[in-house]
Design a protein around this ligand. Sequence first.
Ligand code: AMP
Ligand code: TRP
Length: 345
Amino acid sequence: MTSFRQLVFSGVQPTGNLHLGNYLGAITKFVALQDSHDCIYCVVDLHAITVPQDPAQLRQSIREVTAAFLACGIDPKKHIVFNQSQVPEHAELAWVFNCVARLGWLNRMTQFKEKAGKDRENASVGLYAYPALMAADILVYRATHVPVGEDQKQHLELARDIAQKFNNDFAASIASEGFGEAFFPQPEPLIQGPATRVMSLRDGTKKMSKSDPSDYSRINLSDDADAIAQKVRKAKTDAEPLPSEEAGLKDRPEADNLVGIFAALSDQSKADVLRDFGGGQFSAFKSALVDLSVTKLGPIGAEMKRLVHDHAYIDSVLADGSERARLQACETMKAVKSILGFVQH
Ligand code: AMP
Ligand code: TRP
């Protein structure tokens, strides 16, 4: 077995409000992994344009996601923070992967079905091919670990299938070019903890999402203390007191979601939270959740607001990160081209 250097890669789309789901499902993991791994965190602007975007808004959103990364504690000097479009090798490798991935594989992607909706004929080709670009994002760095929320699991499986098929299809060439048995690693998803799928505060059966028309469905990272408090207080619950054990959360999606959020924000398990709040009414639990959320998220929102206006700083972080990312991506693409048999000058 070829062994690969451990490297973390993940991406976030610049498409509107970053929310508690992004924070707990992804960004807190990004922050934690910095101590043990080399990490590359990408604002995936090429993914954003798979659906229509207003250019001025997109520019703003790219800076907002970058500001959120920094405000949450990602260190752009020790690690790499950049925006995808500035490293053209992502799109270049995605083309190669479009020729490796099979139509049947992409046809199974549930996110495409959800996003394209009924009017599938009118969806962009980019939206359909998006998982091949996501595989390229990861594999252009030959990254081994990918922290994501639960909703990205299927895309990660596809990235593994693409890596495997490339390694198989070109096994002889990979060996003769001196890369051993496998050129690409099998990237491993990191999806753990009590909040891998944070649900809407208005409906515990729907994922918390940037695109939900109701702002009360999500806590945005940019929300101030008042907004956070109001949203938590208005969050949907049921009429029963909280259970004392985790099994009691079954078939109570709203209670399960709020307990999961509390657990993730306080770095405990759901069982720990229920030990403290089980048997009590939602009102007391919600007050504690307001305090916890404001304490954890308030400073992040304030720092984001400060940073996002400092275009010179944000843009310099992205420029520096892009340059460093590109050096690694170019190396991979050069090898891929020789494996494929392209004549290089
Ligand atoms: P996106 O905003 O779609 O680019 O998502 C960025 C990251 O946040 C991905 O790793 C997603 O899996 C994660 N994420 C998005 N929504 C949620 C959610 N409701 N719960 C947990 N993770 C989420
Ligand atoms: N598809 C991811 C999302 O919508 C974002 C993404 C793009 C990503 N490329 C990636 C995540 C590579 C992890 C690794 O959330």
